[in-house]
Design a protein around this ligand. Sequence first.
Ligand code: HEM
Length: 412
Amino acid sequence: MTSSISSAQKRIPFEPTDVTAPEFRANPFPTFKRWRETRPVVPVKALGERAWLITRYDDVQAALKDERLVKDRENAKDPNAKSRQMWVPPFVKPLTHNMLDSDVPDHSRLRSLVHQAFMPRLIGQMQSRIHDLSHRLIDQAQAKGSLDLIHDFALQIPMTIISEMLGVQPKDRANFHTWSNAMVNVRKPSDGIFAMPSLYRLVQFLRGLFREHLLNPQDNLTTALLKAEQDGSKLSEDELVGMVALLLSAGQETVVNLIGNGVLALLQNPEQLERLKTQPEVIKPAVEELMRYTPPVMFSSPRFAGQDLEIAGTQIPRGDLVLCALASANHDPSQFENPETLQLERSNNKHLGFGMGIHYCLGAPLARLEASIAFRVLFERLPHLRLAIPAQELKWTSSLVPRGLKSMPMLF
Ligand code: HEM
């Protein structure tokens, strides 16, 4: 069945803006403003195809809750159409399917099982670990006499904390980080080919970790995931691999950017930074405002039109890729007063940086805890922290979903 929308819409050209270009990622906000005002659902090129980018706050909020937009592309296909899935080696398969790419009812089952394991108690226990780790990282930078904020600090925190929560032994951490980084850095199929050896080792390592924890249960996330049960159903070993892989990728590339982008924004707004230094209790709303002002995640993960549909007057054919521009929604003046201004104590800050609806970020409490401790320790220990190069020379990554800096050389 070919819909009438589909043939008309196929001729619509993309906007020429490359939404993954580092120059765009550095400051996408003027372009988002133009799109919100003139073309609120804009076709752009993403992941090698046309994607409909939703840019206004109200539309993004509605789209994140819209059941007509599905996460598993198979569910957006005409049931009569032949499935064309890319072949992946069987050992990598468990890494490629997870809760974030699932729809109801699969999603509900997976989410409720991991939700049991991702307990506030486990996260609360990490508070002093995050604090000690942040201090240790600053000690190391001081001893070395140099600090790349991304590699030496912002990335180390989520990577180390999730490894500890999973019960990865210190002796295995270096390898584990290398393999999980290789997975996180797969952005297109060709990257996957080079990453294969690391992906293979990561899957083997995780299977071994599960076996060890079955024999010797511990008070950690891996044991909690193994034990989680609902209506007699547990996570299968492949589902466990997929879940841990999701936690690794969703938790690392995001928190590193919240810390990196956040520090940059604070250095560029010295009066706000001063307020944070003199009134540390501001940290809670400050983390929310940094999430809004300089979002660590630019777009939602992909969704697909499960049927022909219309959003803000734009027709979207069944099967097409749809992305919610969280960073644009977070700067929409219809929702936020003076959206281009950083106000650490902004009230009623209903930003969409952690998403909304059934896929709302599972790790939001952990991310908030990690970032608030990291900011506090960093500015307490290094009150004269500043960039070692002009901000215009900083390089932004060209990933589609996360938005962050490749590196941040600092002076202190
Ligand atoms: C500043 C840090 C973070 C940001 C900005 C962030 C953002 C997001 C967003 C926007 C979504 C929804 C995506 C969508 O609907 O397409 C999401 C989902 C998710 N996040 Fe986070 N995240 C962060 C940290 C974390 C951490 C630390 C973890 C766990 C270790 C985590 C685990 C997840 C998981 C598992 C999902 C999928 C939930 C589901 O499908 O039900 N995130 N995150």
